[in-house]
Design a protein around this ligand. Structure first.
Ligand code: MG
Length: 255
């Protein structure tokens, strides 16, 4: 059986007809796209109830709500976190060492409030130094940077020695400050190469100071950073740098 097909031969079709056909087609598509419902999408979102003020939302893990440091342990030996808890505040006992969360995390949103005690005579890196170390490797600096000069890539809210904050949003010592941080963990291939580097966004006292910056590797005190593959989830660390920095209201959301 032979099937005959009438082929549409553009070469023999007057241009005016092609133009008209094109116009009808595009006008029709355009008209459809102008229906509001054509671009409206419905999905079921998880419900998260925000906390009062800066308190933890319902889907956050409360890392410190003023009562105890049960979510933390000593980074020296895994024993109970050695920092002092009093009147809803956790205070570093200088020399007692870092503390870290018992739980491991990858991509997170962190809220943490901290205060530099007034310490006349202290200056530079020695005035209320601490730090938030994501995965034990990637530090957002805590320091009194209110009228306390130091190297720019080591002041408060730096990604230490990698990214200088956009502005200095520091409050004076003796007043509470807050960080809201989005940390995206680095991803590694099975061979240990970097698939995507770590990224950090920081709001310091509500002001954007790090805008989705890309990390070059762990934040090092000495030398140039480079990545070495590690676990996909690791604890969050808080630094003891020898100063009695204080903390309250710490919560974290896994992303
Ligand atoms: Mg530090």
């Amino acid at each position: 059986m032979r099937i005959s097909v009438n082929k549409f031969d553009y070469m023999k079709t007057p241009l005016i007809i092609i133009a008209l056909a094109h116009l009808i087609f595009t006008t029709n598509s355009f008209a459809q796209a102008q229906v509001p419902e054509a671009t409206e999408i419905y999905v079921e979102l998880d419900i998260v109830t925000p906390g009062e003020g800066d308190k933890a939302p319902t889907d956050a893990i409360n890392l410190f709500d003023g009562n105890n440091l049960d979510e933390w342990e000593s980074s020296n030996d895994g024993s109970a976190a050695p920092w002092k808890v009093e009147n809803g505040i956790a205070t570093i006992i200088p020399g007692s060492g870092f503390i870290n969360t018992k739980k491991a995390f990858a991509d997170v949103q962190l809220h943490i409030e901290w205060m530099s005690p007034v310490a006349e005579g202290k200056e530079g890196q020695l005035y209320s130094n601490s730090g938030v170390f994501f995965m034990g490797r990637y530090e957002v600096q805590i320091l009194n940077s209110y009228e306390n000069p130091t190297y720019s890539n080591g002041q408060a809210s730096t990604v230490y020695k990698q990214h200088i904050p956009l502005v200095n949003a520091s409050r004076p010592p003796g007043t509470w400050q807050e960080y809201d941080i989005i940390f995206m963990a680095p991803k590694f291939s099975e061979k240990g190469t970097v698939v995507s580097p770590a990224r950090i966004t920081v709001l310091h006292n509500g002001i954007l100071v790090q805008n989705n910056v890309e990390l070059l590797g762990p934040t090092l005190y000495i030398g140039a950073p480079h990545y070495e593959a590690h676990e996909s989830k690791l604890p969050l660390y808080l630094q003891d740098h020898g100063d009695p920095v204080q903390f309250r209201n710490i919560w974290i959301r896994e992303l």
